[in-house]
Design a protein around this ligand. Sequence first.
Ligand code: AHG
Ligand code: MN
Ligand code: MN
Length: 327
Amino acid sequence: MTMTEFLTQHLQGEHATGLAAILGNVELAVKKIATAIDEGAIAGNMGSLDSENIQGEVQKTLDVITNDIFVEALLKSGCVAGMISEEVIDPIQVASSNGQYLLCFDPLDGSSNVNVNISVGTIFSVLKANNIKPELNDFLQAGTQQIVAGYALYGTSTMLVLTTGNGVNGFTLNKKTNQFVLTHPNMQIPQDTTEFAINMSNYRFWQEPVQHYIDECLQGTEGERDKDFNMRWVASMVAEVHRILVRGGVFMYPSDAKSKMGKLRLMYEANPMSFIVEQAGGGSTTGAQRVLEINPAGIHQRIPIILGSKNEIDRIAGYHLVKKRKR
Ligand code: AHG
Ligand code: MN
Ligand code: MN
């Protein structure tokens, strides 16, 4: 079944027409981005620019190319009133639109991987526009308000994984027909896992509950957990979340002494991924709070995030709770 056929069958209710238009254009954008990434150095798409984004990160050539592809495609949907992007400081207003929706996106996630030919992705989420000329405040909605979230993974295959709040489905790009086909219906994250993903080089900066959890994992059969753990770190959240959706695991970018609010951005990284993970039966927390319930303070706000297999996430949240009670 193609993604278009799937959406025709499954999108229902007041949002069906608008979301079909938006997702159709997301699909077009993702195909173009996949081509730009595939061509890599041949098309001169590698390397960095002189510019920095709002986070003070040096922009890669592909950060800007993919942002432009996404904006242009979504302007065409006619359903979007405004957009925010990791690569653009202010909200993008869609002047002549009667659009009912807002789009939040990270056009190229894990962009430090581009030059070394490792997986990258795109993350997006759709909110209802309460105003046809949306201002910054209109975007500041909690993650529970998202009506669609998804990511594209440009890995060994190009995939699009989506939720509309009714489970999670994954589609793979058939390069012969140039169509996404349903290959991963109703994705479910196993409740238990023995695999974690965290940037271990930050160990000395972490707070005690995270150090405690990782210490236990490292002790394996010789410690409290009485089982050995495995570790992965791709440095691309999309690739890590996809692995967790396929075989379980835990992904953490927690608060630490260097960055109290963690590294990842709430509106276009943490919220969409938390929606997808919860829809697949997993959990997502800052340590202290369910990510989806945070009231955003800014469109580029960062947030600590710990997500994945439900029983591990509950355990880690429990460690944070014990720490809080002791204070
Ligand atoms: P982006 O490329 O959009 O800035 O995001 C990269 C993020 C995330 O995808 C990944 O998990 C993390 O940064 C990697 O961080 P380290 O540099 O600490 O490995
Ligand atoms: Mn990112
Ligand atoms: Mn990015």
